[in-house]
Design a binder for this molecule. Structure first.
Ligand SMILES: [Zn+2]
Length: 233
């Protein structure tokens, strides 16, 4: 199979998984994979929801935002993807969504705590927030660079008044990190609403759980489950 076909398949699978996890926002939000030949990023075309992505709705977008392959319009926020790949050679897949829990949690300016398994990938380094730039669309390379700077070496970042971005070495990791981060934000919002969390895993236990609970095989298994669920939508 050609690398293009594999990467189109990865974008379709990521989109199906995000749909089944309930992370869609009508036609907004997107997942991408890095082009194996270094031409740019593969991502869904604008105007479709995650559950509507098929091989006719995936584009190859160049580093400067030109559509090199596929039919349709690119998303305005393509610089989230291009600029983060340029900044992070270890990253091969990126997810951006607008799930409401991200903006709700970001608005509280609280540190994300490992109250459950879900927050474990986001505690070392701590989950960053994009601050003092914009709560609007990340529609220019300069804004994409600002997200990359704030992300640093983390697996994800909150975009206050907007959503979140997660990154991974592969599609499974990037998608699962979005799913886990959204659940972690919801869990802490629930605890905060009930008086605030008093107990969570210490650093040692969190480090152990990072390897035990969210190793590559576990991320792959969770992702495969979500793809199967997405295929039956
Ligand atoms: Zn957005």
């Amino acid at each position: 199979m050609s690398s293009a076909l594999v990467q189109v398949g990865d974008v379709i699978a990521a989109s199906a998984a995000l749909a089944s996890a309930g992370l869609g926002d009508m036609i907004w939000g997107h997942a991408s994979v890095r082009d194996a030949e270094g031409r740019g990023v593969w991502m869904k075309a604008a105007g479709y929801g995650f559950e509507e992505v098929d091989s006719d709705r995936v584009l190859l977008v160049s580093w400067s935002g030109e559509v090199l392959a596929g039919v349709g319009r690119r998303h305005l926020e393509y610089p989230i993807h291009t600029q983060l790949y340029l900044a992070r050679p270890d990253v091969n897949a990126i997810v951006h969504t607008h799930a409401p829990a991200f903006a709700a949690f970001a608005s509280l300016d609280q540190v994300l705590r490992p109250l459950s398994h879900d927050a474990v990938p986001f505690t070392d380094p701590p989950l960053p927030r994009l601050t003092a730039v914009t709560g609007s669309l990340i529609s220019t390379p300069g804004l994409g660079d600002a997200v990359a700077d704030a992300l640093g070496a983390s697996n994800g970042i909150l975009l206050p008044s907007h959503g979140a971005v997660t990154v991974g070495a592969d599609t499974a990791a990037a998608v699962m990190y979005s799913v886990l981060l959204e659940r972690a934000c919801r869990t802490q919002l629930t605890a905060l609403a009930a008086g605030g969390p008093k107990v969570w895993s210490d650093e040692q236990e969190t480090a152990r759980k990072r390897d035990e609970v969210w190793n590559e095989a576990q991320l792959d298994a969770g992702f495969a489950y979500l793809v199967r669920q997405g295929a039956s939508l």
